[in-house]
Design a protein around this ligand. Structure first.
Ligand code: ADP
Ligand code: MG
Length: 337
């Protein structure tokens, strides 16, 4: 008698959700990335009870067609890549086609969307993995995703959630990373009906002032090493402004927040002469390169990358930063952002 059986689809999605949706903040990151991938310029987030009770993301992006709505919630269904070659050049934040299916398998999810040329919006919902019919709905152009009762049907996962305040703080951090990555977009965040952030489209220094603080933004040094195939731009703390903890270190590789030991090490080296050993430099840096030079498909959450040539990446970051840090000391006025 055989003992092996294929798992039911809901269970497959719930297992995948274990990797993609660890907590409300990870669901929020996925939803905001989807909005940016859809070309949104204005993104607003409403949370209730740390995002567990409810999370709503409203965007003004390109929307989803009526016929695509059920596919948007299907696992491994994506509009972003179609071939291996696309995967290797993907410039979008998402491409795995599993976030909405995963979230829908562990929460009550509804998706309302309207493309600009449509006369009305369409709505679909997903509960316990089962999709409703697509029904007409009212909404301005764009997409609204509502996620309620996260982990209501996976009690083990729900037990691992921290306090409401902690989960909200994690959501704020996920929001801050995305808001810093796109200062050209407007962002709003509210929690339990109270507004917590409201950012108009602005330049990076202004956005950094709101997210990291005026003290950092006013003294921060411009980094602008632009070129092919790699460039490094952004703001780094003036040598005098450093934090004892690592909480203001934002590295974006091709627009995506990542943690990377190679780059972090290169940054520390560049600061070595100007920084006390137990202090950490604050920074918002954008490392941009040909997508073929970096593998982002290392982990389902895409928070780690692998550079094809990490040695040359280390040298590039070290030199770009050393130059930027040397300039203000050489007496040149910092260039405007
Ligand atoms: P991925 O982002 O990897 O493609 P997702 O499960 O996150 O997978 O989303 C599935 C698909 O649903 C996307 O490829 C996209 O076509 C569509 N989609 C999701 N969110 C939005 C949104 N806010 N606006 C427009 N389309 C969206
Ligand atoms: Mg996605």
């Amino acid at each position: 008698m055989g003992k092996i059986a294929a798992l039911p689809e809901l269970l497959v999605n719930q297992i995948a959700a274990g990797e993609v949706v660890e907590r409300p903040a990870s669901a929020l990151k996925e939803l905001l990335e989807n909005s940016l991938d859809a070309g949104a310029r204005s993104l607003s987030v409403e949370l209730a009870e740390g995002g567990v009770r409810r999370m709503r993301v409203v965007d003004d992006g390109g929307g989803i067609s009526r016929e695509d709505l059920p596919l948007a919630l299907a696992r491994f269904a994506t509009s972003k890549i179609a071939t291996l070659a696309d995967l290797e050049r993907a410039a979008t934040l998402g491409f795995r086609g599993e976030a909405l299916a995963s979230i829908g398998s562990v929460a009550r999810l509804s998706l309302i969307s309207r493309q600009a040329d449509e006369r009305n919006a369409w709505r679909i919902a997903c509960e316990g993995g089962a999709l409703t019919n697509v029904e007409p709905a009212a909404l301005a152009a764009g997409t609204t995703v509502d996620v309620e009762e996260l982990f209501y049907n996976t009690p083990a996962r729900r037990k691992f959630l921290k306090s409401e305040a902690t989960e909200f703080a994690r959501c704020e951090e996920a929001f801050a990373r995305i808001a810093l990555s796109r200062p050209d977009c407007a962002f709003g965040l509210s929690h339990n009906g109270r507004r917590s952030a409201h950012y108009p489209p602005e330049n990076l220094r202004a956005r950094a002032a709101r997210v990291i603080g005026d003290e950092f933004a006013e003294g921060a040094v411009d980094v602008r090493s632009e070129g092919a195939p790699v460039s490094l731009t952004g703001l780094v703390a003036a040598p005098g402004f450093t934090r004892a903890s690592r909480d203001a270190q934002y590295l974006f590789v091709n627009g995506r927040f990542v943690r990377d030991k190679v780059v972090a090490h290169a940054i520390r080296e560049a600061y070595a002469d100007v920084l006390h050993h137990d202090r950490h430099p604050a920074y918002v840096l954008f490392l941009t390169m040909d997508p073929a030079l970096v593998d982002v498909n290392v982990h389902p959450t895409k928070s780690e990358v692998r550079f094809r040539d990490s040695g040359s990446m280390h040298r590039f970051v070290f030199h770009a930063l050393s130059r930027a840090l040397a300039e203000p000391l050489a007496g040149g006025a910092p260039p405007p952002v």
